[in-house]
Design a protein around this ligand. Structure first.
Ligand code: PEP
Ligand code: CO
Length: 458
């Protein structure tokens, strides 16, 4: 028997890293030259993994605690990462996530699992495959893994060499994240002082000064007791994981590896991978590919999802009922969540499937403002999270986390929040490559509000 025969696929003997190719694959780029795609795939296959199987297993363990109601998930980052992100921009995104994390950890009283939409979030499904300006119709922008955002024929043509650039950008982003999270940048007292700055400089922030004071007092108490960064690495370092939508399957297949320790197969492009709302067809290629890798998985669940579909996704993606293997990220829209979510929560609860539930309050609340910008209202984002908590309270299930699109850059893409951004302000710094993101101050504001909801659950 060869080593290959011993390989354990989560999907069983009828699965292989390429078995998705026999199924309909939605939202794949129309690559102009298939030979170039194969060449890029071979090159990727020969490159080192970006993450290690042991790390993905550790994340499954942490998400298992989320599924059991013992931890909370914060999954956050760009809608579409750019190949041109500067080191400062990556650092500032991490900084905002850490700021949110400390607030949520303090008030939630449970461990916080931190996962970035980062180091691989380079591909986007789009509502229309083409975009027309004047007489010119070109392929839509599909993320930097596929094409460029400029509106010319050359920039919009899908280019398979970008698959390799995506790998190298992911590798350098990951390297920076590993350095920042292990090298002292994530020091708790440092992160707390950033939050104090937010509280002091924002009118919305002032209402949180009590919580910020309490966090500082808790840190001073720990120092007085001799618990310091010098003797307690947890105060100084942070466990941070990566994730992205596993959309372009040529890329994901090429980064799939067999773990030498266990013989299990992992998609080593990120720790956690998710299936998007538009590619979660039960007989489709994305479900087929992901069911066979051992990473922790997530699946977006939108307003059209039925209980049957959701239960079948549990059976197909997590037949062995491993806690932490499957997270559902619901994105219903603020006005719908309280009616549409409870039937799904009850069905999954009654089936006994361990699922971690997270709320994406962004994608069900996007609209076009009179200025023509695709935007989101901070109050709608908050309302969807509040409805998510209410639905879980009604069903006696655990509101396990939030999934948000944000940036540390001072953009004006979403309306409302910390600095009360108006529709007129949107044009000042509307920089996103795809969907509107919360800026740093709106994100920290959101964390304080979610913290209030979390502490009310205790
Ligand atoms: C996204 O997360 O950027 C996205 C496209 O979301 P969804 O699949 O929920 O529409
Ligand atoms: Co998005």
């Amino acid at each position: 028997m060869s080593a290959g025969d011993l390989t354990l696929f989560a999907g069983g003997s009828d699965w292989s890293p390429s078995s998705w190719r026999a199924k309909p694959a939605m939202h794949q780029p129309a690559w102009p030259d298939q030979a170039e795609v194969e060449q890029a795939g071979k090159a990727l296959h020969d490159l080192p993994p970006l993450v290690f199987a042991g790390e993905a297993r550790a994340l499954t363990g942490l998400l298992g605690r989320v599924a059991n109601g013992e931890a909370f998930l914060l999954q956050a980052g760009d809608c579409a990462e750019s190949f041109d992100s500067s080191a400062d921009s990556i650092r500032d995104k991490l900084r905002v996530i850490l700021q949110m994390a400390i607030v949520l950890t303090y008030s939630g009283g449970v461990p916080l699992v931190k996962v970035g939409r980062i180091a691989g979030q380079f591909a986007k499904p789009r509502s229309s495959p083409t975009e027309t300006v004047g007489d010119l119709e070109l392929t839509s922008f599909l993320g930097h893994m596929v094409n460029d955002i400029g509106f010319s024929e050359a920039e919009r043509l899908p280019d398979p060499r970008r698959l390799l650039t995506a790998y190298h950008r992911a590798a350098s982003t990951l390297n920076l994240l590993r350095a920042f999270t292990r090298g002292g940048y994530a020091d708790l007292s440092q992160v707390s002082s950033w939050n104090r700055e937010f509280v002091a400089t924002s009118p919305a922030g002032r209402r949180y000064s009590q919580m910020a004071d309490e966090i500082d007092r808790a840190l001073r108490f720990m120092t007085a007791c001799g618990v310091t960064a010098a003797n307690t690495p947890q105060l100084h370092e942070v466990e941070f994981y990566t994730s992205h939508e596993a959309l372009v399957l040529d890329y994901e297949e090429a980064l799939t590896r067999v773990d030498s320790l266990t013989g299990d197969t992992y998609d080593c492009s990120a720790h956690m991978l998710w299936i998007g709302e538009r590619t979660r067809q039960l007989d489709g290629a994305h479900v087929e590919f992901l069911r066979g890798v051992h990473n922790p998985l997530a699946c977006k669940i939108g307003p059209t999802a039925t209980t049957d579909e959701v239960l079948t996704l549990c059976e197909v993606l997590n037949p062995r009922r491993i806690p932490g293997r499957l997270t559902f990220i619901t994105r219903m829209g603020a006005g719908k969540v309280e009616t549409l979510l409870p039937p799904l929560l009850r069905a999954v609860r009654d089936s006994g499937h361990p699922v971690a539930w997270a709320c994406d309050p962004m994608h069900g609340n996007t609209y076009t403002s009179s200025s023509g910008h695709k935007t989101r209202n901070f109050d709608d984002v908050l309302a969807e999270i509040s409805g998510f908590f209410a639905a879980h309270t009604a069903c006696d299930t655990w509101p396990g986390g939030v999934h948000v699109e944000l940036t540390g850059d001072a953009v004006t893409e979403c309306v409302g929040g910390a600095d009360d951004i108006s529709h007129e302000d949107l044009e000042q710094a509307f920089e996103t490559l795809c969907d509107p993101r919360l800026n740093g101050r709106q994100s920290v504001d959101l964390a304080f509000r979610v913290a209030e909801m979390l502490s009310a659950r205790h």
